[in-house]
Design a protein around this ligand. Structure first.
Ligand SMILES: Cc1cc2nc3c(=O)[nH]c(=O)nc-3n(C[C@H](O)[C@H](O)[C@H](O)COP(=O)(O)OP(=O)(O)OC[C@H]3O[C@@H](n4cnc5c(N)ncnc54)[C@H](O)[C@@H]3O)c2cc1C
Length: 424
């Protein structure tokens, strides 16, 4: 690491009176976390001619405090693998319908879960490579390891072998995203989160899902589409809290119509092992016997091990980094974008925040992320795309490419659309 050093102006002698302090750092920007937001911010900043480094945990489809991978949640254990499974599940119903349209199919249609999972893994490994190339082509230096702040200008990277290296930097960008949380109930270790759900060795025949956000609803649809028995347990009256109430009721009816058993107003109390199965008991006394129990009960920002508060970066009560409208934290040269700030946790939003950050800090064009009109897509309609299309402000935004839409709901007070492919 080169520390900030004293320099002389050209031709001047080493007279203490003429020595001035010029700060010189290893990097102009050090980004911690190479997910959607971090990669976008790193490469667009490098595009402005500054010296950029980024660090990321070693690749693993299941994330932890010490595993991750270039590409982040969306590419490795979020949007992309989820969509691959959504597409896979969609065919079941199509095959059935096809018979009514003259297609002669054998009585028995085989489905090979392992093949789908193998192809999914190949695809996320390919994308991991694409993201790495994007960074190197942009001239960004990539370090593999866990980043942590030593001071407001020094980042320490710990590699898998335990060796540590410190780098000085003028600016730091926190883009460490979030991780799925487990519910604190007896037997919680028997349950899985969305990370493991996207990497299961076998297709579970009986599934209990706790939660009713978009991730819960999407996994219910995926597994049901592949023929599993699915019980969806959630505390509210309707799934998809935060979305338009009328549409929530439509979704609930359709999920039931598809054979997903809904259990509103309930919570899981405890899990226990019964031979090879899991017994799940609700607070209303229902008992389910399942192969897999999925906790889809929310995510928390990855801030615990970054040493942020020690250097003056404030967090909110959920552990998210507090930022102003320009993504600047309470320490002026430290910035944060994406899920770690818990503003609107979607990939296109993390990308937008990354672009705004680089324009503001290095492009001389201060610009705030604009959160108006960001619609959300929920992948629950297995048989047809564009099952629903509802927006509040305008009837339909024709500028949105059709491929980007599955179900188009109107959440909260404004319309939102998320493109669930993986723009970088
Ligand atoms: C199952 C699922 C489905 C989803 N589907 C969609 C969807 O369809 N559409 C959509 O828009 N969004 C979707 N999302 C949300 C989307 O994935 C996130 O909003 C997006 O990835 C956030 O980007 P980010 O850059 O903030 O964080 P991330 O992509 O999570 O990247 C953060 C990176 O930081 C790394 N990291 C963490 N700590 C450290 C450290 N100390 N040092 C080094 N590296 C570190 C992590 O390993 C990770 O790679 C989904 C999420 C999940 C879980």
């Amino acid at each position: 690491m080169s520390a900030p050093r004293k320099m002389l102006f050209d031709g001047e002698k080493a007279n203490p009176a003429t020595v001035v302090t010029v700060e010189s750092y290893d990097f102009d920007l050090f980004v911690i976390g190479a997910g959607s937001g971090g990669v976008r911010a790193a490469r667009t900043s490098a595009g402005f001619g500054v010296k950029v480094a980024i660090c990321e945990l070693p690749f693993n489809p299941i994330s932890s405090e010490v595993t991750g991978g270039v590409g982040g949640t969306c590419v490795i254990r979020g949007c992309v693998p989820k969509k691959i499974l959504v597409y896979g599940a969609q065919f079941g119903g199509e095959f059935e319908d096809a018979r009514n349209f003259g297609w002669e199919l054998n009585d028995h249609i085989d489905f090979n879960w392992k093949k789908l999972l193998h192809n999914k893994t190949k695809e996320i490994e390919r994308l991991n490579g694409v993201y790495k190339r994007l960074l190197s082509n942009a001239g960004v230096t990539l370090f593999e390891g866990e980043g942590r702040l030593v001071s407001s200008n020094i980042v320490e990277v710990t590699q898998s072998d335990g060796s540590k290296q410190k780098y000085s930097t003028k600016n730091i960008l926190i883009a460490t995203g979030s991780r799925a949380q487990r519910v604190n109930i007896p037997g919680q270790e028997l349950a899985i989160t969305s990370d493991e759900a996207l990497s299961l060795d076998e297709l579970p025949k009986r599934v209990v899902i706790l939660g009713a956000g978009y991730i819960a609803v999407e996994f219910a649809s995926i597994w049901r589409g592949m023929g599993s028995e699915v019980d969806l347990v959630y505390r509210k009256e309707l799934p998809l809290r935060g979305f338009d109430d009328e549409m929530r009721a439509v979704v609930a009816r359709n999920l039931e119509g598809r054979g997903i058993r809904l259990h509103p107003g309930k919570n899981l109390l405890e899990l226990s092992k019964i031979e090879k199965s899991i017994k799940a008991v609700t607070d209303h006394g229902d008992v389910f016997i399942a192969d897999t129990v999925l906790f889809a009960t929310g995510r928390l920002p990855n801030t615990k091990r970054l040493n942020l508060q020690a250097v003056g970066v404030e967090l909110d009560k959920t552990g998210a980094v507090k930022v102003d409208e320009y993504s600047q934290t309470t320490v002026p040269n430290i910035w944060a974008i994406g899920d770690v700030t818990n503003r609107m946790n979607l990939t296109p939003v993390a990308l937008m925040e990354g672009t705004c950050f680089s324009k503001t800090v290095f492009g001389g064009q201060p610009i705030k992320p604009d959160y108006a009109n960001i619609p959300s897509a929920v992948f629950w309609g297995l048989k047809s795309f564009l099952t629903l299309c509802i927006v509040l402000r305008v009837p339909f935004d024709w500028r949105v490419p059709w491929f980007a839409l599955d179900v188009h709901l109107a959440p909260r007070s404004t319309s939102r659309l998320s493109r669930c492919s993986s723009p970088v």
